[in-house]
Design a protein around this ligand. Sequence first.
Ligand code: FAD
Length: 803
Amino acid sequence: MRGAARVVVVGGGVVGASVLYHLTKAGWTDVMLIERDELTCGSTWHAAGGMHTVNGDPNIARLQQYTINLYREIERISGQSCGVHLTGGLMLAGTRERLDWLRMAQARGRYLGMELEMLTVDEAARRFPLLDKRHFVGAIFDPAEGHVDPYGVTQAYAKSAQIAGAEVVRHTRVVDLKPRSDGTWDVITDHGNVHAEHVVNAGGLWAREVGRMVGLELPILAMEHQYLITEEVPQISGLPEQLHCIDFEGELYLREERGGMLLGTYERAGVPWSPVTTPWDFAQSLLPNDLDRIAPSLEVAFEHFPALGEVGIRKVVNGPFTFAPDGNPLVGPIKGLRNFWVACGVMAGFSQGGGVGLALSQWMVNGDPGSDIWAMDVARYGDWTTLAYTSAKVRENYSRRFRIRFPNEELPAGRPLRTTPIYDRLHEAHAVFGEYCGLEHPLWFAPSEAQAREDVTFHRSNAHTHVAEECRAVQERVGLIETSNYGKIEITGPGAADWLSRVMANRVPAVGRIALTPMLNDRGKLIGDFTMCRLAADRVLLIGTLAAETYYLRWFERHLPPAGVHVRACAMEHVGLSVAGPASRALLQRLVRDDLSNPAFPFLTFRRLDIGMIPALVGRISFTGELGYEIWVSPDYQRALYELLVEAGSNRGLKPFGARALNAMRVEKGFGTWAREFRPIYGPYEAGLGRFVALEKGDFIGRAAAVNERSSGGELRLVAFAIDAADADAIGDEPIWHDGRVVGWVTSGAYGHRVGRSLALGYVPAAVAAASAGFEIEIIGERRPAERLAACAYDASGGRMRS
Ligand SMILES: Cc1cc2nc3c(=O)[nH]c(=O)nc-3n(C[C@H](O)[C@H](O)[C@H](O)COP(=O)(O)OP(=O)(O)OC[C@H]3O[C@@H](n4cnc5c(N)ncnc54)[C@H](O)[C@@H]3O)c2cc1C
């Protein structure tokens, strides 16, 4: 074992081996992988090896496509077979809703270049003769599915890396990781130490333990998972290899294995494995079978695929593998730890391992993952993802692995966890709550307790009419919304303004003013959007996305000067309420001494005011597009503020409103939001944020790329559409058609109650954006005519919010 390496990858499962290979591919060859036993000895060796391209997040779907296409490459370099069986795959629907879901998956696949084919039950049965047609209503066929040999894949990655100069060390355990003051690491093993510039935690089942070596509690949990292999099934004897098959309603997956069928299930009563610490003596091991636990699933399997009930079971495998709370991997650098990276929580190593290795290696070598990997960025989690919260969410996620998550569906595990002081007041007002970063927030308000529940559906739900009333109240009178679920970061110090001017694309506002600003990476792509509120010469409050708080802080940390600027996350120190609508000024004016008239307190003013007896920060801004005020107070005052506003609004028709109405109104206004319209694949001009990029202010991060984008115009355009929809609106990720071709994708959709139209925002190529006609948006498998709007749907002049 060498005494020094540029990178030490801890863990020789499929993920660590992929990271190692991709580092060499990106040009870093002085790299080493340390494995405590044999390669694959964790969760990799006993995997079923299935691979799919379909994923709920299009960016992850892209990385899955990449992974599957990679196997030929590493076979060629290494000479090691990956045992690729590209059989193609069927996804079976047993209900109408699932068929809708498949149609939506097919539609999403269109702009990802996937060739997904809808099949009738008869067609599905012709391709997969084991199914009993009575239990199904249709299917989708994906030619890019199949299975691989887990051992072969891992070896092929490792050998390919070794050919490029990487070292693979086996039977050596990393027992500790010690940082040096220069940001490098001493990797302490049971066979000597290695000095490394970077460390990657690819510890799989032991990633938590490796994280704890550096004081990190990663939100991952291993679940026991069982599959069985049957004796030979006579009905398929002599036929070409059976397709990979997912039976969603049966919650089963199947593939052929040596004349028999491999049958796996994600049972409802899933069992976590080693919930707190993973034993180090577990290697190439399996867990005792528990067929009773999966008996209900097996009964369904024998009904849906009767031939399986007629043959014996050759083998049962019960093995653990890890999940993050949302089931997506944890990838990237860790805030507060220099040169420490993670690639773990990968629950589908054979679909995702290649993409994870690619993204992480790009990030390490080039400082940027090279694609939009927000959905698997480790920074999407924060303090709330404790061990117990993670356990609740992972168990829920496991038990729902094959169930539909409707776009308006809120899941119950781990709730309520974080609440604000007015939670019970909102509950009394019949709020229907959603959860975001563990925090409860109102989605909409029902007229009575009995009506305060929402049907989950792809279509308009029972909330539709109530949300319409909330929007009407905001448009005609005044509405009140809790806005605590924003991230807040305070920047202070003598260098605060100059530093912010370098990190943000817009100018830092004058004291007492607000400025909206994109934040760009070096490639000039959007990595954040903020409301900058200037409280004093040396104090700015940034308001942004709560889920991205760690992501922002990690970026800030990278760019902080040695002194003069202090950055502090303070989301829950400033909880919020916002009043919006034409009567909001009069309402607030009753409660404050200061003059709120338009000349005295114009649009984009930010000031410390007393509201009644309550000290508050008040900004004149609203995401609704109406006259409005955002009010921030410390939590101990929020309840009093709520009572005061409700009381003062009682004779002005004040109505509480929630996130659904807010979303509908921001879509009407064409206001983008993080992770939908604003992501690191779009530039500011493409996203319609050009007016917030102050090129003339001097240098800032991403300026050179922004200059180029402005002169070229960028490749894409964010465009607003009105859709001739039936009873379902766009929700995001639907394909946008133009003249019979898929040209783009929807980022957000909603019914615009103020304009009485179904609306969507989405990206199309700049050349197509100018077309005035010929657009369609595919909603649940139906191409609906869509009108490209020349401006946003509501109050395009912005007069209402400035009045
Ligand atoms: C029954 C079953 C079926 C599955 N089926 C599929 C499937 O069909 N398709 C699919 O894509 N996925 C499947 N999976 C999931 C798949 O196995 C995982 O996604 C994958 O194995 C994760 O790989 P990994 O490298 O992250 O972790 P692991 O395989 O656990 O690798 C981690 C490695 O790190 C080493 N290590 C940890 N700590 C240290 C240390 N301190 N020092 C040195 N070495 C260390 C371990 O020894 C281990 O070898 C299945 C899993 C199970 C259990």
